[in-house]
Write a protein that binds this ligand. Sequence first.
Ligand SMILES: CC(=O)SCCNC(=O)CCNC(=O)[C@H](O)C(C)(C)COP(=O)(O)OP(=O)(O)OC[C@H]1O[C@@H](n2cnc3c(N)ncnc32)[C@H](O)[C@@H]1OP(=O)(O)O
Ligand SMILES: O=C([O-])CC(=O)C(=O)O
Length: 372
Amino acid sequence: MSETAPEIRKGLAGVVADTTAISKVNPETNSLLYRGYPVQELAERCSFEEVAWLLWHGELPTSDQLAGLRESERAGRELTPELREVIDRIPTTAHPMDVLRTAVSLVGAQDPHADEATEEASLTKAVRLLAQVPAVVAYDQRRRRGQDLVPPDPELGYAENFLHMTFGQVPEPVVVDAFRVSLILYAEHSFNASTFTARVITSTMADLYSAVVGAIGALKGPLHGGANEAVMHVFEEIGSAENAEAWLEDALASKRKIMGFGHRVYKTGDSRVPTMKAALDRLVEHYDRPDLLELYTRLEAAMGERKNILPNLDYPSGPAYHLMGFDTATFTPLFVASRVVGWTAHVMEQAADNALIRPLSEYDGPDERHLT
Ligand SMILES: CC(=O)SCCNC(=O)CCNC(=O)[C@H](O)C(C)(C)COP(=O)(O)OP(=O)(O)OC[C@H]1O[C@@H](n2cnc3c(N)ncnc32)[C@H](O)[C@@H]1OP(=O)(O)O
Ligand SMILES: O=C([O-])CC(=O)C(=O)O
């Protein structure tokens, strides 16, 4: 009896797993829409809080709705003493993504309504995470530097407060603006690996916090969110611009993946790179670091020439976060702070029209055999 072999799409490449109304990634037109709006327009004109509301609710907020969101976000920023104690007990040898994963897990365990899955309950949890993640990320970087916690400032908006809690002061507007832009660009990207992870977990009817903890794990890897940190390690390895071409030759000869380049969906360029690159250019000028830009440009050109592979969002974001003063290991947690909005929007979308996600596999192990 002959069986036709099923078509296997390794890595689910090209597989359409479901519909979504949250964002549209269009590699043909090189565009990205959040609920219909081009991400570039949102990055130019909106606050991160407005974009969060848009992704969760489908429409931009009215001024009253925005004021309500801002109030809840500001009210939820303090770390509980228990959470602070748990963070303090995690060795600083642990990666900040491990600290954040643990912290989010505790935030969930501290929520007596963790298992409530109405849309209203999920929105409350999403806002809670929006407020708590920056507090964890900022405090973790500070404690690693031997610095004390900086309490949140309820007078400050989300991006300013995040920077204030991390650095003890709000930097110049050009820096705050580049940070805001990066948060908006990172917020959502359809069925990427971490979002899909969150949807798989939600599809079992597990709670929202479990979905986010799983998503953090998926984002950590260098083929996904971990690439923004890895880009900075590449820059450090290369040292200075004149080494870029030789470094690339060696790296390609040893079959290394060059971090910050390539994308599963975009094959002719990532729609968000020009906007983030413009923000990076402004930071380079502000901090007077033409050397960094030269290295960036030479590696990009060499990669284009050798492999015809273009940068993804992590390529300009890594050096931008470096210039802002973040520690390299904090870059992927910054990605979490932003993408948690997209994840939670997908959790709600998945829950509203759920089907257990459970694909099939083709067995290729030993034929049936028996114990002797
Ligand atoms: C925000 C984000 O998560 S964006 C992604 C961030 N990740 C990175 O920057 C890590 C580096 N990039 C990569 O590893 C890949 O480009 C991925 C994982 C992002 C996408 O991978 P895929 O869609 O599976 O592409 P795939 O791996 O099939 O690549 C096709 C070819 O291009 C090569 N290629 C793709 N990206 C790179 C890269 N960054 N460096 C070197 N070669 C690359 C592959 O080796 C492969 O070559 P081959 O056909 O000779 O085997
Ligand atoms: O979409 C993907 O595969 C990776 C991702 O999350 C992004 O590019 O923002």
